[in-house]
Design a protein around this ligand. Structure first.
Ligand SMILES: Nc1ncnc2c1ncn2[C@@H]1O[C@H](COP(=O)(O)OP(=O)(O)OP(=O)(O)O)[C@@H](O)[C@H]1O
Ligand SMILES: [Mg+2]
Length: 261
C-alpha cells in the first residue's frame, strides 16, 4: 500500500503533467472545406508554442476553437483537464480561462482604457470595482500604458492599444493566452513594443499559443514551432531545429516564401 505522502506526490506529479490545452482528433469543416483535419496538440504549462503556416491553413480557426469562438465537428478539446462545454455559463467561465488577443485590438471605443480592462473582472469575475481598478492599473503599468488610463482607445497608437488588449486579457487571470497575429496590423515601429510585452509574459511562465510571422520572436521565445498546412499539423519541432532543418517540402517552401520579407 502506498503511504499518503507518496500518493500525494504522485497526485502532484500527475497535476504537473496535465496539459493546459489538449486537442485530440479535432475535426472541423466549413462546407466542403476540411479546415481542421485530425488535430492533435498538447500545450504544457509554461510552454510557448508558435503556430505558423500559409494563409488559409487553419491557424486562426484552430485558435478560435480553443476558446469556443468556433465549434468543432468531432474530437475533444480540454482546458487544464476539463473538456470544453458546448454552451452556457460554464463556457463563459472556461472562455475566461483562455485569453485571446487578435490582430485588431477590439477595444470598446467609448470606454476608457481603464474601463476596458476592469469590465471583465467586474462583470464576469465579480471583482469589487476598487480592486479591479487597482489590478488594472498594475497591469497597465506592466505593459507601459498606465498614463493613458483615462483616455479612449482612439487616442492611443496601435501599439499602445494592442498592449491594452493584452492587459485586458491578463486581467481575467487566464491559464493560457492565444495571440493571433497580434502585430500584423501595426506600423513597423510599434511591433517591438508589443513583442517585448509578449517576451516578458513568456519569461514569467505564461502558457502561450502565438500565430505570428515574426520569425525572430519564434526563434527567441518559442519552445516549439508547429507548422500547419491545409488544416493539418505537418511538422513540429524546437525552433532552431525547425528553421534550420525543416523536414517537409511544404515547410521548406513556406520558409523560402517568407524569407525575403
Ligand atoms: N467562417 C468561415 N466560413 C467559411 N470558411 C471559412 C470561415 N473562416 C475561415 N474560413 C476558411 O477556412 C480556411 C482557414 O482559415 P483560417 O482563417 O483559419 O486560416 P489562417 O491560417 O488563419 O490564414 P491567415 O494566415 O490568412 O490568417 C480558409 O480557407 C478560410 O477561407
Ligand atoms: Mg489567420
Amino acid at each position: 500500500m502506498p503511504d499518503i505522502e507518496t500518493t500525494a506526490a504522485a497526485a502532484a506529479n500527475e497535476g504537473a503533467a496535465t496539459p493546459i490545452i489538449e486537442m485530440s482528433h479535432v475535426d472541423k469543416h466549413y462546407g466542403q472545406l476540411h479546415v481542421l483535419n485530425d488535430i492533435n496538440l498538447s500545450v504544457e504549462k509554461g510552454e510557448v508554442l508558435v503556430l505558423i503556416g500559409p494563409s488559409g491553413s487553419g491557424k486562426s480557426t484552430l485558435c478560435r476553437t480553443i476558446n469556443r469562438l468556433e465549434t468543432i465537428d468531432s474530437g475533444e478539446i480540454k482546458i487544464d483537464g476539463t473538456p470544453l462545454p458546448q454552451e452556457g455559463r460554464e463556457l463563459a467561465a472556461l472562455r475566461a480561462e483562455v485569453g485571446m488577443v487578435f490582430q485588431s485590438f477590439n477595444l470598446f471605443a467609448h470606454k476608457s482604457i481603464l474601463q476596458n480592462v476592469t469590465m471583465g473582472p467586474i462583470e464576469v469575475l465579480h471583482t469589487p470595482k476598487a480592486q479591479a481598478e487597482e489590478e488594472a492599473m498594475e497591469l497597465l503599468r506592466r505593459v507601459g500604458v498606465a498614463e493613458q488610463a483615462n483616455k479612449v482607445p482612439a487616442q492611443l497608437s496601435g501599439g499602445q492599444q494592442q498592449r491594452v488588449a493584452i492587459a485586458r486579457s491578463l486581467a481575467m487571470h487566464p491559464k493560457a493566452m492565444l495571440f493571433d497575429e497580434p502585430t500584423s496590423a501595426l506600423d513597423p515601429e510599434m511591433i517591438n513594443e508589443v513583442l517585448d510585452v509578449m517576451v516578458e509574459l513568456a519569461q514569467e511562465g505564461m502558457t502561450m499559443v502565438v500565430v505570428t510571422h515574426e520569425m525572430n520572436f519564434a526563434r527567441r521565445v518559442a519552445n516549439r514551432v508547429v507548422f500547419m498546412a491545409d488544416g493539418q499539423i505537418v511538422e513540429q519541432a524546437a525552433p532552431d531545429e525547425f528553421f534550420d532543418h525543416p523536414k517537409s517540402e511544404r515547410a521548406r517552401d513556406f520558409l523560402n516564401s517568407i524569407k525575403g520579407h
